[in-house]
Design a protein around this ligand. Structure first.
Ligand code: FAD
Length: 487
């Protein structure tokens, strides 16, 4: 008589890949046919960078959505808390798991933790399998002929385009889910710091109105973008006064959708001969390319959020500018396009790319405040706050980064506003106190006459601030600071 072998369950450890479709770790685990237990480990303390408040809010909704999706298939997501290595070790023991599956992460602390965990698991005879679930291409696979990572986007992108992007996987067709044994469940308490929506104060009101979190919402957002906004993306994506971009960034960050899904959705559309021209699709792909480039920088420069990529910027004479920093965060600089963008960020957790460039340039150049201050504020307030895109983009704007905007290119917030929000639609939406001001003055209210201001119900210095810096003076100060680096 033969006895069938006992199938030890496998753990799928979800991280920033909170979806069922195109999830290589989940797919591989399900294909083995062994019972699968799905875990998420919240690490409230530890070595890595803690997610900011807005990203935690997004995470909470994404976990709830993934749990619901798993339950619809007979599974469940178990959310545990603690140091990942410890939690996994205990979970593997209590479950008597034979293998652990996960998709890779690329932040330095996460990578170190995962390397250690993989070694520990294997030493204990437990299989550990990791996959690429987040990027179009692994960051270590694209390097120059000399083997060095690319520091220039154009060269990186040309090398990238020689590669093939793997097609996305479907959701696992069938999966045998196992429950978390009672003794294991009892061992872990529900994590603190990952509570449902904020109550007092409820700072997420506008975020809830603006966003639906989770995989289904991410796929719907992608479909909307393909149907409505991809056509014209190349020409319109800098406009602030309408929805011109995909708004997929928080879904990509949490892994509710994958970059491969986006990439191949564009190809499928082109094959079906649908409206979007190659130019729009190519421009969108290029933006995904910047995401890949940022991850390549993070992989090769783990202290990306702390250290200038160009060391000569270490001598930059940054100002402390405590009050100015406060005015910038609150959207009270007196420059309407900067203030509207900063208030949109606070209310909704998101900001348009052009607006991010304008406000970042204003902080770093007009106010001469260290880019790390701005990066930290974005980290706390963005729903898409990302360990690669955020510091890489801040360094790009500051001029200290890879292939960065030259420091001497200083955005004029007035002309930027007039160019990308010509009627002031964007400004009026976020600065109701300027709502009755005529279009010619909306980006420069201090140039309106006292009669015009009074007619619009504006009292500069009371209902809306005067500019906290003069553009010309600030520009000269920034250029002098930059020249001091070169002398
Ligand atoms: P779309 O134009 O629809 O682009 C599609 C996707 O491509 C984005 O979701 C994003 O994943 C990627 N992408 C687009 N532009 C860039 C870019 N310049 N660099 C890297 N990837 C890009 N993006 C984040 O995801 N998280 C951040 O924390 C972040 N911080 C930023 C900070 C500053 C100062 C600046 C200037 C940019 C930052 N970006 C960040 C990049 C970019 O602004 C956002 O990705 C974009 O605005 C998100 O909107 P979208 O999804 O509608 O973009």
């Amino acid at each position: 008589m033969t006895t069938s072998p006992v199938l030890k369950p496998a753990i799928v450890w979800f991280r920033d890949d909170l979806r069922l479709r195109d999830n290589p770790a989940l797919h591989a685990a399900c294909q083995t046919g062994v019972p699968v237990i799905c875990l998420y480990i919240h690490e409230p303390t530890g070595e890595g960078r803690r997610p900011g408040g807005a990203a935690l809010w997004w995470l909470h909704g994404s976990l709830a959505a993934l749990d619901a999706d798993l339950r619809a298939r007979g599974g469940q997501l178990h959310v545990l808390a603690g140091a990942a290595g410890e939690v996994l070790k205990t979970a593997v023991d209590k479950i008597d798991a034979g293998a652990v599956y996960w998709n890779r992460r690329y932040d330095p602390a996460g990578r170190d933790i995962d390397t250690q965990i993989k070694a520990d698991l294997r030493a204990r005879g437990v299989d550990a399998h990791s996959f690429n679930g987040s990027l179009l291409s692994e960051p270590w696979t694209i390097s120059s002929q000399s083997g060095e990572p690319y520091r220039v986007f154009g060269a990186f992108w040309r090398a990238f385009q020689q590669r093939t992007v793997e097609p996305p996987l479907p959701a696992p067709p069938a999966c045998a889910f196992a429950p978390l044994p009672e003794e294991a469940a009892q061992h872990f308490s529900y994590p603190t710091g990952l509570e449902p929506d904020p109550q007092r104060p409820d700072w997420a009101v506008a975020m809830r109105a603006d966003w639906t979190r989770g995989e289904a919402a991410g796929l719907a957002c992608l479909q909307d973008f393909l149907d409505e906004d991809l056509a014209g993306y190349a020409d319109n994506r800098d406009r602030l006064d309408a929805r011109t971009t995909s708004r997929l960034s928080p879904y990509l960050h949490a892994g509710n959708v994958s970059a491969r899904q986006l990439w191949h959705a564009l190809s499928a559309r082109q094959h079906r001969g649908m409206a979007a021209g190659d130019r729009d699709a190519e421009k969108f792909r290029l933006e995904l390319g910047w995401r890949e480039f940022s991850y390549s920088l993070l992989y090769h420069c783990p202290s990306l959020h702390e250290r200038n990529l160009q060391p000569d910027f270490d001598a930059m004479p940054w100002r402390r500018g405590h009050e100015d920093l406060g005015a910038w965060k609150k959207g009270m600089t007196g420059y309407p396009v900067v203030d509207a963008a900063m208030r949109q960020l606070w209310a909704t957790g998101w900001m348009h790319n052009r607006a991010r460039m304008i406000v970042a340039s204003f902080l770093v150049k007009h106010l001469l405040i260290d880019w790390r201050e701005g990066e930290r504020w974005f980290w706390e307030t963005l729903v898409d706050a990302d360990p690669a895109n955020n510091p890489a983009s801040w360094q790009w704007v500051a001029g200290s980064g890879a292939d960065a905007a030259p420091y001497f290119r200083i955005f004029n917030p007035v002309t930027q506003g007039e160019k990308f929000d010509p009627d002031g639609t964007f400004v009026k939406r976020w600065l109701p106190e300027l709502g009755r001001l005529a279009a010619p003055f909306i980006h420069r209210p201090w140039t309106a006459s006292s009669t015009q201001l009074a007619a619009a119900g504006i009292h500069l210095g009371k209902t809306y601030p005067f500019p906290i810096v003069d553009h010309k003076i600030a520009r000269e100060r920034a250029l002098a600071a930059w020249r001091s680096l070169r002398s």
